[in-house]
Design a protein around this ligand. Sequence first.
Ligand SMILES: [Fe+2]
Length: 132
Amino acid sequence: MSLMWSYTCSVGIEPMDDQHAVLMDAINEVLAALSHGADQSTITTCMQRLITLAEQHFASEERLLELHGYPELDGHRMEHRALLERLHEWQGKRPLAGYLSTWLENLRAWFHNHTEGADREYGPWLQARGIR
Ligand SMILES: [Fe+2]
């Protein structure tokens, strides 16, 4: 089942919502590649794109929070670091498709918990400082 962006996923900060939607699309691309039985090189390309987008998004989110002196930034950064480590765990695993289908279920749960939890907490805090 693919991830769908909706207003219930909104953190209330437009550029972050846009980036979250792009990340969901990238996760969906990997899911689609797996369900269509794509070859290993196609799956690897999709995974590399997902990792690059996640790295760019986390850096962008952390920059925004740092710029405004967000008090929970350290904890937020640690959640991002933990995911970035997990994002590299699939490399070298065989059979790749079998490994990734379980791994993506966990990633999807993490993504949901993080955006609905830690990310949602910074939204009102930034909005109170005039950021949208
Ligand atoms: Fe985040």
